[in-house]
Design a protein around this ligand. Structure first.
Ligand SMILES: NC(=O)c1ccc[n+]([C@@H]2O[C@H](COP(=O)([O-])OP(=O)(O)OC[C@H]3O[C@@H](n4cnc5c(N)ncnc54)[C@H](O)[C@@H]3O)[C@@H](O)[C@H]2O)c1
Length: 256
């Protein structure tokens, strides 16, 4: 997609990877709708981006909530063609803990609900809206970029819930792209390694240095702008489809 005179939705767009992507899209002139639970950060970012940027408080697990977010984007003066899925949560717990207690089932369900079901909820509703637009070059109507994690492949001890939720996103990427080939909507997924977002920023400097040392090259944490650049590259590259791209400096995570 070379024409950026379009509308976009970015879930989790108020923080971290989603925020960087919202900024990058707005810088290219895209009318961004930020979908996030964080009202203060989301509204402030939309105000800062100006132009046609808006914020809609959204819970990605809720059907009506995402519909309202999509309606905001389709109500703008250009077609909705870009959906970026960044909303997500983490959870760390072993399958059976040291004291013999089993993994909390509610926490497992909640992690899968937000990360996997939430991603699919935005994907399906955004794609349905894109399907109703006039096609551009190659018959393309839009593109969806999801966010998995390298934990989908190298999940560590305590990452069973998170890895399952991200593995689900990896798994749906190809069939979703196949389904949506009928309407000219591409679907790709980014599997980031360790990226320096508010999530990792809360770790002590020592822990961050240790994490960086394990990354083959470049020997640094990923930057949110690295993610945003890749997301935009996927949007621009009309022949990328049905693929999951690791963005991790060749990091392969050890069991712990
Ligand atoms: N930072 C990393 O190293 C890293 C690595 C791999 C994958 N990821 C994934 O990237 C995505 C973004 O992570 P981040 O590091 O930017 O974290 P972040 O916490 O900075 O951003 C996540 C955003 O999602 C929002 N969110 C959470 N639940 C939501 C819900 N139900 N509905 C709407 N919004 C919701 C949060 O409010 C937050 O603004 C996540 O899916 C995460 O799993 C991050």
């Amino acid at each position: 997609m070379k024409n950026f005179d379009v509308a976009a939705v970015v879930s989790g767009g108020a923080s971290g990877l989603g925020e960087a992507t919202s900024r990058a899209l707005a810088a290219r002139g895209v009318a961004v709708t930020i979908l996030d639970l964080q009202e203060d950060k989301g509204a402030a970012l939309a105000g800062e981006l100006g132009g046609d940027a808006t914020f809609v408080r959204t819970d990605v697990t809720d059907e009506a909530s995402v519909q309202a977010g999509i309606a905001d984007a389709t109500g703008k003066d250009r077609p909705l063609r870009i959906a970026i899925n960044c909303a997500g949560i983490g959870w760390a717990q072993r399958t059976v803990g040291r004291a013999g207690e089993p993994h909390d089932l509610g926490a497992f369900t909640r992690t899968v609900m937000v990360n996997l079901v939430g991603t699919f909820n935005v994907l399906r509703l955004a794609a349905a809206a894109m399907a109703a637009t006039e096609p551009e070059e190659d018959g393309e109507r839009g593109v969806v970029v999801n966010t998995a994690s390298i934990a989908a492949y190298d999940g560590q001890i305590g990452q069973v819930a998170y890895a399952a939720s991200k593995g689900g996103i990896v798994g749906l990427t190809l069939p979703a792209a196949r389904d949506l080939s009928a309407v000219g909507v591409r679907v790709c997924t980014i599997a980031p390694g360790l990226v320096d977002t508010p999530l990792l920023g809360s770790l002590p400097e020592e822990a961050r240095t240790a994490l960086s040392a394990g990354i083959p090259f470049p020997k640094r944490l990923g930057r949110p702008t690295d993610f945003a650049e890749l997301a935009l590259a996927i949007v621009e590259h009309g022949y990328l489809n049905g693929e999951v791209i690791r963005m991790d400096g060749a990091l392969r995570m050890a069991p712990r």
